[in-house]
Ligand binder design. Structure first.
Ligand code: HEC
Ligand code: HEC
Ligand code: HEC
Length: 443
């Protein structure tokens, strides 16, 4: 299995930092008081002894840590588990994930279960320091106390990694954690998941996993101008800032989202990494590789059931009429694109884009390549990729990169073709867009 990319979903806190400076100043006094109060409350309970962990609880915690994908961010690939130090690159500098192993000096070995819960629930470190939302506590706050205690027991059982944390190298003013007060005031509400008694047990389990440990909104919801996930556009898809991958809508919109997918298709995609509707790639391949493949079939199905219940919205697909320039460009590129497709792609993806299941994904009626943003198909053609090796699909097939053999014009042509042929409703792409993505980091 090749792991091409570091999956690091950088939330919009950086953008927030840009715009929220002023807001933070005004929000500071009240938020400070609240923070001080809860820090004092936490200090009062900090001396409580960690609960005795038994093997069942540790195993449960390991499973939940998988569901939360803690390993992806807190481990440098091929180095010691939970030792931290994985860089999260941003235009404002670099964050290095902390050591969360059981080491008492450098990890969280000296933390109590209460302190760990407060971190997950309120986004605060042991000493009360506000955490950057690059740590997805805005989702993890949904996690129950019992589950938090299990994850804690599991982390305490892992090998201590005696490795100091690396300081973030964020530039001023982004290194000022006080800016986070403004972000929190706008975008963060602490609160455990509350089951909806009108829904089935299965639906509630799926909702709990998706909204909480799965932190799916971190990528699948657009980041708004203030750097938060817009609640009104939840799960409607979004471009992941800096990574240049587009996470498609998960709603039931038929064209943009999962409206047309069966529960089994969703389960296959999340559990095996390949499905009749497409394969996972880019950052989603890493989510499946590190996290989803280890979940039980029942849990993956619960997630699919919950996703299928998310209402779609008519504005998810760009319905505006194409400008004449766009239409002309499309007419010019499509014939060249078709030629390239037939010569280079049809061998795997078949002449009508129907793919060769399950190993070569279909391109016809494949939402993930028709979105308003064309970054996904452009990057796939430039860089190629492998579906993740999973328990259900241990020998994934790969796609070769075409960056060397095709010019920008040729890539634009073939991507325009696959986005518009066979009833696909994507817009054509320009030579410029392709050129810009040639230098996108290969995560
Ligand atoms: C998308 C990446 C990402 C994921 C997933 C993630 N973390 Fe984090 N985590 C971070 C970053 C970045 C920080 C540092 C934030 C800061 O410095 O403000 C952090 C901070 C922490 C801290 C605070 C450590 C300290 O010394 O203050 C703990 C504990 C922690 N994470 C545990 C977890 C657990 C448990 C999970 C899984 C349930 C998890 N993290 C998943 C990125 C992530
Ligand atoms: C690190 C960012 C990230 C996270 C976290 C993430 N996804 Fe994704 N997801 C993506 C990207 C990017 C794609 C597009 C590539 C692909 O289709 O594989 C995607 C694709 C998908 C698809 C296929 C959609 C389609 O139309 O083809 C599904 C279903 C999905 N994700 C579900 C989830 C669920 C459920 C979660 C939470 C448990 C989740 N994702 C968490 C980034 C992410
Ligand atoms: C040798 C077989 C092969 C060839 C040739 C090939 N592909 Fe692929 N393609 C794949 C495989 C396998 C995947 C799944 C990769 C992954 O999941 O990372 C894939 C994935 C894709 C995707 C993402 C869709 C999805 O749901 O996974 C796009 C877009 C794509 N190919 C376009 C093309 C185009 C355009 C060409 C020709 C320029 C091409 N491919 C040539 C095998 C191939």
């Amino acid at each position: 299995m090749r792991r091409l990319r570091s999956l690091i979903a950088v939330t919009g806190w950086l953008l927030a930092a840009l715009t929220l400076n002023a807001l933070a100043q005004s929000a500071a006094p009240t938020a400070n008081a609240a923070d001080a109060a809860s820090a004092a409350a936490a200090a009062a309970t900090a001396n409580a002894k960690p609960m005795a962990a038994n093997a069942v609880q540790i195993a449960r915690g390991e499973y939940l840590a998988r569901a939360g994908d803690c390993i992806a961010c807190h481990t440098v690939p091929s180095q010691q588990m939970f030792g931290g130090g994985r860089p999260m690159e941003t235009p404002f500098g670099t964050l290095y994930t902390p050591n969360i192993s059981s080491d008492k000096t450098y990890g969280i070995g000296a933390w109590s279960a209460d302190e760990f819960y407060r971190m997950l629930h309120e986004g605060k470190s042991r000493d009360g320091t506000l955490l950057y939302p690059a740590m997805p506590f805005a989702s993890y706050t949904r996690v129950t106390r019992a589950d938090s205690d299990s994850i804690y027991a599991y982390l305490m059982s892992t090998q201590a990694v005696h490795q100091p944390n690396r300081a973030h190298t964020l530039r001023f003013p982004y290194n000022q954690r006080s800016l986070l007060l403004g972000w929190r005031a706008l975008f963060f509400r602490a609160g455990e998941f509350k089951p909806d008694p009108k829904q089935s047990v299965e639906w509630n389990r799926g909702a709990y996993l998706v909204q909480g440990l799965g932190h799916c909104t971190m990528c699948h919801t657009e980041i708004n101008a203030l750097g938060g996930n817009s609640a009104s556009k939840e799960f409607q898809g979004g471009l992941i800032p800096l990574q240049n991958w587009y996470a498609p809508s998960l709603t039931s919109n038929k064209e943009a989202g999962l409206g047309d997918w069966s529960i089994d298709d969703i389960v296959d995609l999340l559990h095996a990494g390949v499905s009749n509707r497409g394969a996972v790639y880019g950052p989603m391949a890493e989510v499946v590789y590190d996290s989803f493949q280890y979940l039980t079939e029942d849990d993956v199905r619960a997630v699919a059931v919950y996703l299928k219940s998310l209402p779609g919205h008519s504005n998810e697909v760009d319905q505006s009429p194409r400008s004449q320039v766009v239409t002309e460009e499309s007419n010019r590129l499509a014939p060249l694109g078709q030629k390239i497709y037939e010569a280079q792609c049809a061998v795997c993806h078949a002449t009508q884009g129907q793919g060769k299941l399950p190993h070569f994904p279909p391109l016809a009626n494949n939402q993930s390549i028709q979105m308003n943003s064309a970054v996904n198909p452009i990057r796939m053609v430039l860089n190629g990729g492998y579906a993740p090796g999973t328990i259900k699909n241990p020998m994934p097939y790969g796609m070769p990169p075409f960056a060397q053999s095709l010019s920008d014009e040729e890539v634009a042509a073939v991507v325009t073709y696959i986005r518009t042929a066979w009833g696909n409703h994507g817009a054509p792409v320009s030579v410029k867009e392709v050129n810009a993505l040639r230098s996108a980091p290969l995560f």
